[in-house]
Ligand binder design. Structure first.
Ligand code: VGL
Ligand code: ZN
Length: 195
């Protein structure tokens, strides 16, 4: 798995069982854990060894309380993933694989929607795209929530940047099943490998 990385998109409580709970989220998490176990050969929790062999990058939707995408601000979504709240935390089962340098926040600017995690930033203000480049990545596996929004936009930006993108279709949560299936089809047509 040299030159391969996993990007886990927005597996946060608000998208799992919170204000924007998505379909198939629980199953997506257990399938993601299966995938990680297979590729880390039981290195659970040993951050740096995992980092050497199979880096796992996480994105977080991480909004201010008055983000413009929220209904009370005239936006389309219920309030979700407000920075510092439980709903913005990554699911506890994945926390053993999370490290700060490989956690990228997006949607932090009140006035902008930011579905793609590609320009999300870690606490040192490095972007996910920059870190993948530093890691000499060629192939990126992607899973997460939601297929039609943040997963799709992240995959498309990765593809544009020249990566071979493998979307783990069993490891996805979605807002709407029809939208999910259509998004998979369109991504496939666009050269993203649906695994
Ligand atoms: C997302 C809706 C609003 C996502 C984020 O992570 O797909 N969806 N904000
Ligand atoms: Zn959001």
């Amino acid at each position: 798995m040299q030159n391969t990385a996993l990007v886990v998109v927005d597996m946060q409580y608000d998208f799992i069982d919170g204000s924007l709970a998505c379909q198939n989220a629980d199953n997506a998490i257990s399938q993601t854990l299966n995938f990680i176990d297979k590729h880390t050969k039981g290195q659970r929790g040993e951050e740096h060894e995992i980092l050497d062999t199979f880096p796992i990058l996480f994105t977080r939707d991480y909004h201010p309380a008055d983000h413009s995408s929220f209904a009370e601000q005239g936006g389309t979504w219920p309030s979700h993933c407000v920075a510092g709240t439980h709903g913005a935390e990554i699911h506890e089962s994945l926390v053993p694989y999370v490290c700060e340098e490989l956690t990228f926040d997006k949607g932090c600017d009140k006035s902008a929607e930011q579905y793609s995690g590609f320009e999300g930033q870690n606490n040192a203000e490095q972007s996910l795209g920059e870190i993948l480049e530093m890691l000499d990545t060629t192939d990126v596996y992607v899973c997460g929530i939601a297929t039609e929004y943040c997963v799709r936009n992240t995959c498309e930006d990765l593809k544009k940047a020249g990566y071979k993108v493998h979307l783990l279709s069993e490891c996805l949560g979605y807002v709407d099943e029809k939208g999910h299936i259509q998004a998979l089809q369109e991504m496939s047509d666009n050269g993203i490998c649906i695994e």
